[in-house]
Design a protein around this ligand. Structure first.
Ligand code: ZN
Length: 519
């Protein structure tokens, strides 16, 4: 493969991740220098191309620190159940999907029974009436629950005798029969079933399309979390050609023993396994996030932990041996307190990440400041979880998604989508961090947690590299990779307003990744 062309980018408004400059020089796929037009003109070699940016805004390539790769592909390839407002609409979409796909398993994503008039979760019997022989697997919008028909239960090795796994449950009828719903850790069976591995392999082209889609949004690095060995193998096969994004995997901690059988990562850094991910509690949507005190709208439950302390400590120690940094999902305040106190006495590799850290009341600050973990947040949850005041009550809801408070306490928050739970498009997250849904009760309650546009952009740029242990990622800085976005606008405000539609070009390692040119 030919080396990328050296280029001097002049006469722009270049946000480096920390400050603004006029121009920068790219040589050998790296940023050589950043500064004024004069400095860059003098620094460039005689053979370098010169690009006149004509005042346009350039920003570092964006990083999505937490997304679910296979689930995102599933969402695009499977049946979209998001926003279905009744059981009838849900049923019609599933039937439509069965007819469209024609044969084999059907996977769908995004149902939410709380939007339906009767509020009852769908059941195995209802799905059996739609297909008795093709496996049907339909994920709830939070991805913390799924409903399966009888054929899918059988294909996953789940039967009436299956005991609930730690941190998960098989839903049952009042008579004690499986009702087809799997909660949290019970869904682990789905990832490792032979049918899922087959599905991943069959959809390699869809993974490649997703990477192109990401580059078009200005993304240059994706971090698939809870990555399965099948997914890593598929990306390694695609990466024999240059990929339009860098991939940093966080392997599912439950699959740690598979690490030795994975293909070796390439030396040019197009993909690697950076860490491991473990889910330590559920989500607010399914009232499974683990809270200090019960849910306001369901006083009989406070959620629950996933993983016992002993199993989690053992898993983290094994990951540390392999040099893999942990990324620990903790949404409820109790779950976060547990993880922080565990980190007091468990040795880990690198600075551990806490995923979501959604509820951070003042009682948790001493432990947060003692541990100083990396915090990775999904600003678009603010937009989606407008019902949080009902779930948690106003006193607690006040301390959800407390981006301003955490930033003021010196945490350089990382930004992520949690796709497909929320849109992959990072601009929707950047806007949500700035706006905080002003017209909702929840938005008003937490309006003081707004970030400035530049801080919101930093969640996805300069804050991301240190979290990945690659300090030069996420900035336009001398010695770092030439990963950047040329927008079609001239100010940050205009870029925020235009979102993904303001992306002119995305460059990765000095090569254009969007729009792609035919070879
Ligand atoms: Zn997630």
């Amino acid at each position: 493969m030919q080396a990328p062309v050296d280029r001097a980018w002049l006469n722009g408004r270049v946000f480096t991740g920390t400050r603004f400059a006029e121009a920068f020089l790219v040589e050998g796929g790296e940023v050589r220098e950043v500064g004024s037009d004069d400095v860059i003109r003098r620094a460039k070699g005689a053979g370098a191309d010169v690009v006149d940016l004509r005042g346009r805004l350039v920003i570092p390539g964006l990083t999505d620190l937490h997304m679910h790769l296979t689930d995102t592909v599933l969402e695009r390839e499977g049946v979209d159940l998001r926003g279905a407002r009744s059981r009838e609409e849900f049923t019609a979409r599933v039937k439509g999907g069965l007819a469209r796909v024609g044969e084999g398993p059907l996977v769908g994503v995004g149902w939410d029974a709380s939007l339906w008039p009767d509020g009852r979760e769908p059941t195995r019997e209802e799905l059996d009436r739609m297909s008795a022989d093709r496996p049907i697997i339909l994920f709830q919008v939070s991805m913390h629950a799924a409903v399966l028909n009888s054929a899918a239960l059988e294909a996953s090795g789940i039967d009436e005798g299956s005991a609930d796994p730690p941190g998960g449950a098989y839903g049952r009828t009042p008579e004690g029969r499986l009702n087809g719903i799997l909660y949290d850790a019970a869904m682990a069976r789905l990832e490792t079933s032979a049918a899922s591995v087959e599905w991943v392999r069959n959809h390699r082209a869809a993974y490649a399309r997703l990477f192109v889609e990401a580059a078009a949004m200005g993304l240059t690095t994706l971090c698939p979390v809870l990555a399965s060995p099948a997914e890593i193998r598929t990306v390694s096969e695609l990466a024999t050609e240059p990929l339009p994004v860098r991939i940093r995997f966080y392997l599912d901690l439950r699959a740690l023993e598979a690490v030795s059988a994975l293909p070796p990562p390439p030396s040019d850094g197009r993909w690697r396994v950076t860490g491991v991910k473990a889910i330590t509690d559920g989500a607010f949507g399914t009232r499974t996030a683990w809270l200090d005190a019960p849910y306001t709208d369901r006083p009989d439950t406070a959620g629950f932990p996933i993983w016992t302390d002993g199993d989690l400590a053992e898993g983290l120690a094994a990951a540390a041996e392999l040099g893999l940094t942990p990324a620990l999902h903790a949404i409820g305040d109790r779950a976060l307190a547990r993880v922080l106190s565990m980190l007091d006495h468990v040795r880990v590799s690198g600075t551990p990440r806490i995923e979501h850290a959604s509820l951070t009341p003042p009682s948790l600050w001493p432990a947060l400041e003692r541990q100083r973990p990396q915090l990775v947040v999904e600003p678009h949850f603010v937009e989606t979880d407008r019902w949080l005041v009902t779930r948690l009550g106003p006193e607690r809801a006040r301390w959800t998604y407390a981006f301003r408070t955490l930033t003021d306490h010196g945490f350089a928050l990382g930004g992520a989508s949690d796709s497909p739970v929320e849109p992959l498009d990072p601009w929707t997250g950047i806007r949500a961090a700035v706006e905080r849904v002003p017209r909702s009760d929840f938005g008003r309650l937490t309006a003081s947690e707004r970030l400035a546009p530049i801080e919101a952009l930093q969640l996805y740029t300069r804050n991301s590299g240190p979290i990945l242990g690659e300090p030069t990622l996420g900035c336009i800085a001398a010695g770092g990779p030439a990963d950047f976005v040329v927008t079609s606008v001239s100010s940050l405000d205009a870029a925020l307003a235009a979102g993904r539609f303001g992306i002119g070009e995305t460059w990765l390692g000095g090569r254009r990744s969007f729009p792609t040119v035919a070879a």
